[in-house]
Write a protein that binds this ligand. Sequence first.
Ligand code: PLP
Length: 381
Amino acid sequence: MAFVYLDNHATTRVDPAVLEAMLPWFSERYGNASSAHPMGHLAEGAVVQARAQVAALVGASPAELVFTSGGTEGLNHALRGAMEAFPAKRHLVTTAVEHSAQLAVCDLLRRSGVEVTVVGVDGEGRLDLDALEAAVRPDTALVSVMAANNETGVIFPVAEVAARAKAKGALLHVDAVQAVGKVPVDVAAWGVDLLTLSGHKFHGPKGVGALFIRRGLRLKPLMPGHQERGRRGGTENVPGLVGLGQAAELAGARLPEMARVAALRDQLEAAIRAIPESRFHGAGADRLPTASLAGFAGVEGEALLLKLAERGICVSTGSACTTGQKEPSHVLKAMGAPEAIAKGTVRFSLSRETTAAEIEEVTALLPGLVAELRALSPFAR
Ligand code: PLP
């Protein structure tokens, strides 16, 4: 079966050019980057190049990047590291719509005595900047916000958050996992101290990412060891890092294609708007070009997902991590979405690989599938 893949916020396809760049590093140039022989030097050179490629994408200097196993590790390193680095400051500020990986770190920190203040969003998923600023106190070590939401795609004004956090003496960490490769990301222009990114969200391999740590800021490593200049132990995943670097370079070069992706998303939404009692969560806010979170009253999101899946169309009911739960996601709850619509929510997430033909296939099917499910539903009017 040919798939129509519209779940790119869960993960993306490894770009063929990325795969090609990675392959020799598995079986031909397989040296350990720490080894003092030519095979080791080759591997070390590849890691140096990958670091430069990732740094260029986000406006960092290469020495400010620590390679990680992806977004979850980056978040853990940033949040736990920052709270440990400033033991006199036991307060952290975050938002109600962060990724579940960050919610988990906040829970861990709470259990170790850190006080966490959670700032809300409005009905369109926009951050309340004044509330955020008011939440920052003299004992706030860190403010941690996402650059763009994985469910709605809503973009937060990171530079503004940075200015307000810094004016009150707090550090800023940004979860840019969903933003990288879709909108420009610039750590210098934004003025952030820490930033997390993950390769598999921008056509790189899974299990590799990077954490930007601003020069001068010292965080205790999660995993001690001599690699990454003592900031992250463990033999470097050379093929993975080569893939991450190549994906970063491609993401920068192909960023202009996001205008076409946004047009496809708009085409999808125009067709869905014709379906009665449907709406888009966060559509009134600044959003990622790849994102469309559609809610249909009188429909179970999971049932619509399955109907689409039967036809080879891959979507999700929110974040991939909450699939299987009957409860509406914490993001929709924070936005105050009516439960009837929240339960009937499906996330379409596009990429630079999405085609007009794929969007047409989905828009041709959707009205019929929604009508079919509504006819069966005891909740539909
Ligand atoms: N942060 C956001 C906003 C995400 O969307 C994800 C993945 O879904 C993560 C963090 C976790 O990243 P990873 O899958 O690389 O651990």
